[in-house]
Design a binder for this molecule. Structure first.
Ligand code: ATP
Length: 323
């Protein structure tokens, strides 16, 4: 398994104060199927953590266990520093479920007001309206939910997750029904939550979305944590992509001395070792190549994508070393 950050739990005794989510040894069996098998991870205050994994990996079961919607067979959970079973801990958690449906006979504003009342927290109507505006439903607040599209209902669900001033927001596939603009809105909302030190646990199949907003990811596979860490941990290896012509044998040897070379016609992808000082290595390499008479058409320094890394982990079970 990939190195897990120091904040990862091994026992309740190590729970850092004020961690938004802390769980250890979560296990859940549905009849003969072990859906979650010893999952431990944490989400710090103000941290955005992505939960990734293939269909059936156990992501929703983990989320529901955290929120008390599924009773785990084993494991310990703290939400905002308190046992998850205590109502005050859950009152500060906003949740957008994967499958959402709201009272079709109520208006959006009435659904929000009802939610606020049930949460037992006083949120002024102006703040409730501002929340509907944040999710793009400002001008639909007096419309009945029964006439809402699926994406509009998901936006309403997001408003409900945000309105009761949560300290932790759990979003299960928050953009599954949203158009590209809606997805961008959710990204902005998540970043805004992070700026306000609100912790976010995000379950999404949209890897680009996770890559853009998450500080850390936890990858589940067959109910276990297959890898976890910061994006830098998981994607640490740099890749240098070059388009070159007139590459002599000596020039090729210079490339190979810098990193493992994968060549496709005139495109050369160089996997740079983790300790490479790229600020020196890249210009040095280009100067050397030009010295060998190589024509350099393009140079692009990037990281292996999270998508590629996720596929590597899931296909090979290799969480140890980035590709
Ligand atoms: N209520 C249930 N009864 C029986 N089995 C269940 C139940 N809920 C989930 N499972 C099983 O538990 C496993 C994990 O399901 P879960 O929904 O947690 O996965 P997931 O990672 O969220 O998947 P997806 O990405 O498809 O939403 C699956 O094998 C699923 O069939």
């Amino acid at each position: 398994m990939t190195t897990v950050s120091a904040a990862e739990p091994t026992s309740v005794g190590q729970s850092p104060d004020g961690t938004a989510v802390w769980c250890s040894g979560l296990r859940k069996r549905y009849r003969r199927r072990l859906a979650v098998d010893g999952v431990s991870f944490s989400v710090g205050r103000g941290e955005v953590v992505g939960l990734l994994g293939p269909n059936g990996a156990g992501k929703t079961t983990v989320i529901k266990s955290l929120l008390g919607l599924v009773r785990p067979d084993a494991g310990e959970i703290l939400l905002l520093g308190r046992p998850a079973t205590e109502p005050p801990a859950r009152a500060r958690v906003g949740y957008l479920p994967e499958l959402f449906r709201y009272q079709p006979w109520l208006t959006a504003a009435e659904v929000v007001a009802l939610h606020v009342r049930l949460a037992g927290i006083g949120v002024p109507v102006a703040e409730q309206d501002a929340c509907l505006a944040t999710v793009g439903l400002g001008d639909r607040r007096q419309d009945r939910v029964g006439g809402f599209s699926k994406g509009m209902q998901q936006r309403l669900g997001l408003a409900l997750a945000l309105v009761a001033r949560p300290e932790l927001v759990v979003l299960d596939e928050p953009t599954s029904a949203l158009d590209p603009l809606g997805r961008a809105d959710v990204r902005d909302i998540v970043l805004e939550l992070k700026a306000r030190q609100v912790a976010v646990l995000l379950n999404s199949h949209l890897i680009g979305e996770v890559e853009r907003v998450c500080d850390r990811v936890v990858i589940l596979d067959h109910g276990k944590v297959a890898a976890a860490g910061t994006l830098a941990d998981l994607l640490g290896q740099r890749e240098l992509r070059l388009r070159l012509t007139e590459v002599s044998e000596a020039a090729y040897a210079r490339l190979a001395a810098t990193g493992r070379v994968v060549r496709t016609a005139d495109d050369y992808a160089l996997e740079l070792p983790g300790d490479t000082d790229v600020t020196a290595a890249v210009p040095d390499l280009v100067t050397a190549l030009v010295g060998f008479g190589v024509r350099v058409h393009a140079v692009d320094l990037g990281r292996i994508s999270l998508e590629q890394r996720l596929l590597d982990i899931l296909r090979t079970g290799n969480g140890e070393e980035p590709r």
